[in-house]
Design a protein around this ligand. Structure first.
Ligand SMILES: NC(=O)c1ccc[n+]([C@@H]2O[C@H](COP(=O)([O-])OP(=O)(O)OC[C@H]3O[C@@H](n4cnc5c(N)ncnc54)[C@H](OP(=O)(O)O)[C@@H]3O)[C@@H](O)[C@H]2O)c1
Length: 268
């Protein structure tokens, strides 16, 4: 038997395995994976990770399994592994829009379920992850999930009904921030900065501001007020952001992301 199994080793599954190994939470020689595209897992196999011949082999040979495929693949996966799941198996799903009751419907009531939402800064150990435990999950499995996701960044434990809204901001946030950086860069390039230098400058300005919120604990509006002197450049920029609906656009993006994360599978 292996300590940990993974179905689907793409962006997220790959980040979780690689950082789990580098932080010492996972032992590569005790991991079994199944990924359709073998070129994505060459480095892991070289490290000693075992590549299974199909999904069922992962379920037969492991009691703690990460499901890191896209939501649309879950029903098919359930059919393939039916009758091949060991008793008391921990199933951790990171899929958006697949709730625990749907997981039970697909894989059976007898397993222990953890639903997780994270984001792609996991690739550099800076994810923001929410973990939601089904009531039946015992302390040992809870500890394992917490340690595993700490290896890709920060974690919070949430009730499952908070996961869609968390997805609407944290899961979707990287795309919003990348758009912000891109737009700010266009503005700066229009004032003579070169493309080569601008992304790093803007990213540092953004990261420094985010760190200031975290490290001072001050209300963001207070920090904004501190940098808007009367008649100054910053308040003029703030007024322009209000004029073009900046805050409203962000609130609406989070609303839409939340709604779309509620029950993805029920739409298929
Ligand atoms: N990317 C994000 O920002 C993000 C954030 C939070 C949560 N998530 C969730 O994380 C999950 C994975 O996302 P991702 O971005 O890592 O996706 P991804 O890069 O597409 O990785 C999934 C991998 O699993 C493979 N796969 C699909 N079905 C399989 C099966 N039955 N057995 C073995 N391999 C299989 C896929 O191959 P094919 O491409 O051929 O299907 C793909 O290589 C999704 O459910 C997503 O909702 C993603």
């Amino acid at each position: 038997m292996f300590d940990f199994g993974v179905i689907g080793v793409g962006n997220m599954g790959g980040a979780i395995i690689r950082r789990g190994i580098s932080s010492g939470v996972l032992d590569p020689n005790k991991i079994i994976i199944f990924e359709k595209h073998k070129e994505k897992v060459k480095d892991l196999i070289e490290m000693g990770v075992y590549s299974a011949s199909d999904e069922a082999e992962v379920f037969l040979k492991s009691n703690r399994i990460l499901l890191s495929i896209r939501p649309q693949g879950f029903v098919d996966l359930g059919k393939k592994v039916k009758g091949k799941i060991n008793d008391n198996t921990l199933l951790i799903s990171i899929a958006a829009g697949v709730n625990i009751s749907k997981l039970k419907e697909i894989f059976g009531e007898q397993n222990k379920y953890v639903r997780v939402m994270s984001n792609t800064p996991a690739l550099i150990g800076e994810a923001m992850t929410a973990i939601s435990f089904d009531d039946s999950v015992g302390e040992e499995y809870r500890q394992f999930a917490v340690e595993l996701f700490k290896s890709i960044g920060k974690i919070t434990v949430l009730a499952e009904d908070r996961i869609p809204a968390f997805t609407g901001f944290a899961g979707c946030m990287p795309a919003y921030i990348f758009m912000f950086i891109e737009a700010a860069s266009d503005g700066a390039v229009s004032h003579g900065f070169s493309r080569e230098e601008i992304y790093a400058l803007i990213s540092q300005a953004l990261m420094g501001s985010a760190k200031l919120v975290m490290e001072t604990g001050l209300h963001p509006a207070e920090l904004k007020d501190q940098v808007t002197s009367p008649g100054g450049a910053t308040i003029k920029g703030v007024v322009a952001l209000e004029k073009y609906g900046f805050r409203n656009a962000i609130i609406e993006a989070i609303n839409e992301g939340t709604k779309a994360s509620e029950d993805l599978l029920d739409e298929n």
